[in-house]
Ligand binder design. Sequence first.
Ligand code: JB9
Length: 133
Amino acid sequence: CGMVCNNMGVKAGKRVGVKGEIPASAKSFVLNLGKDPANIVLHFNPRFDAHGDVKTIVCNSKDKGEWGAEQRESAFPFQEGSHVEIFFTHDPSNLTITLPNNHQFKFPNRSGLQVIDFLNAEGDFIIKSVQLE
Ligand SMILES: C=CCO[C@@H]1O[C@H](CO)[C@@H](O[C@@H]2O[C@H](CO)[C@H](O)[C@H](OCc3cn(Cc4cccc(/C=C\CN=C(N)N)c4)nn3)[C@H]2O)[C@H](O)[C@H]1NC(C)=O
């Protein structure tokens, strides 16, 4: 599995910037943000070709280990074999995700999580830097 960050202490209004490499053979990658692995406020899952989804961002949440309802985004500014930077910020109601082409979308903060302490990457993404600002 990929990199794991704990105790990040990212409060509402602060931003997390994740830089990483997407390999040429990428099918799918995940960035999870939340409190811990069982309490994910945003499961961010761009799918190049996975689970029947093609070039679709699937987002979800996990509360005490239970998945919520999926939300699909049509914007897909990702290419296999590239370097990207993705920004995440949150407030008590929503997370705002800023994608490489500056496209933004929101995902509800279903748990109302105040502080994002946990970040991990799974699948076809090699984290190069995590910036807390
Ligand atoms: C239509 C049939 C029934 O409905 C489907 O049912 C699936 C199973 O429930 C859901 O799928 C699940 O959706 C969840 C979000 O809701 C998570 O994403 C979960 O994955 C959790 C996960 C896996 N991982 C490891 C990982 C992640 C990415 C890549 C790799 C490995 C390599 C790939 N690279 C290659 N091979 N080069 C490994 N981390 N977290 C995913 O299985 C589908 O969305 C859903 N589709 C729809 C339309 O409803």
